[in-house]
Design a binder for this molecule. Structure first.
Ligand SMILES: C[S@@+](CC[C@H](N)C(=O)[O-])C[C@H]1O[C@@H](n2cnc3c(N)ncnc32)[C@H](O)[C@@H]1O
Length: 243
C-alpha cells in the first residue's frame, strides 16, 4: 500500500526536492495569466497539506482531500488552526462536495496515481462538474519520458542521517511500479517498512483528449513550472484547463 508509514517522513524527503512556495507562486502566476481571481479552491490529493497551508495563509477558502488517512493526519496537524480550510478523506475517482468551486488544483504528480484511463476520465468529469463556469483546473503529471526513461527500471538509493531507503523500479505496460524499502533510525535502532506505489505514464495528447471529451474547451500544457511548451525531455508537464 502507498502512503502509510511513508507519510511520517514524507515532508522530510519532499522538502529536499520541492519548494512549495515556488509552486504556489507558479499557481498564482497561472491565475494571473488566465485572468482568474479564485476564492473557493478545491485541492485534490493534498497529501500532508504543504501547498494547502500556503493557500490557507494567503486567505483562500479551501476544501482539500486525500485518499490516505495517514497523510491527512499530518495535514490535519498543520491545518487545524485555519478557519478557511476543511479536510476530507475522499477518493479522486468519486469525490462529492455538493457544491462548485472556482478553481480545482492537484499538484505533484498525484494524477499519475490514477492508473486506469477510464478512471481518469471519470475523475476529469467529476472535476468538470464541480467547477463553476469559467472555472480553472490546474494539475501536473510526471511525464511519460520521466517514468519510462529516467525512473525506468532503475534502482535508487538514498542514505542520509536517520533515513535510508532503496527505490527499485519497474516500467511495464505504461505503469511504473515503485518498490520502496525504508530503514528509519529510531532510538539507535533501524525500523524497516516497505511501500508499493504505482504511477501511470500518460502521453500529453491522451490527457488533452480526455479533458476535451468531458467538456473542457481551453486547454494549455507547459514544461515544468514554466510557461514554455513541453519539450521532448520535459520531466513534469503542467496542465491548465478552463471550463
Ligand atoms: C506525490 S503525493 C502528492 C501530495 C501533495 N499533493 C503534495 O504536493 O505533497 C500523491 C498523493 O496522492 C494521493 N492519492 C493517490 N491516489 C489518490 C486518489 N485516488 N484519491 C485521492 N488521493 C490520492 C496520495 O495519498 C498522496 O497523498
Amino acid at each position: 500500500m502507498a502512503y502509510n508509514e511513508f507519510s511520517l517522513i514524507y515532508d522530510k524527503l519532499m522538502m529536499k526536492d520541492i519548494n512549495y512556495m515556488n509552486w504556489y507562486n507558479y499557481i498564482k502566476d497561472i491565475f494571473n495569466k488566465f485572468g482568474k481571481k479564485p476564492n473557493n479552491i478545491l485541492e485534490m490529493a493534498c497529501g500532508t497539506g504543504n501547498l494547502t497551508e500556503i493557500l490557507a495563509k494567503e486567505r483562500y477558502n479551501i476544501e482539500c482531500f486525500d485518499l490516505s488517512e495517514e497523510m491527512l493526519s499530518i495535514a490535519y496537524e498543520k491545518l487545524r488552526k485555519y478557519k478557511n480550510v476543511s479536510i476530507r478523506n475522499m477518493n479522486m475517482l468519486n469525490f462529492n462536495f455538493n457544491k462548485k468551486f472556482d478553481s480545482i488544483i492537484s499538484i505533484c504528480d498525484s494524477i499519475n496515481y490514477i492508473i486506469n484511463i477510464e478512471d481518469l476520465k471519470k475523475t476529469f468529469l467529476n472535476v468538470y462538474n464541480h467547477l463553476d463556469n469559467e472555472g480553472i483546473f490546474i494539475f501536473d503529471i510526471n511525464s511519460y519520458y520521466k517514468l519510462s526513461e529516467v525512473i525506468g527500471d532503475n534502482t535508487f538509493v538514498h542514505d542520509e542521517d536517520d533515513v535510508f531507503y532503496t527505490w527499485e523500479n519497474e516500467f511495464k505496460d505504461n505503469i511504473s511500479n515503485f518498490y520502496l524499502t525504508f530503514f528509519i533510525k529510531e532510538n539507535d535502532v533501524y525500523h524497516r517498512f516497505n511501500e508499493f506505489h504505482r504511477e501511470r505514464a500518460f502521453h500529453i495528447e491522451e490527457i488533452v483528449l480526455l479533458l476535451k471529451k468531458v467538456g473542457f474547451e481551453k486547454i494549455s500544457t507547459f514544461d515544468g513550472l514554466s510557461f514554455e511548451r513541453p519539450k521532448e525531455y520535459s520531466t513534469r508537464i503542467n496542465f491548465v484547463a478552463i471550463k
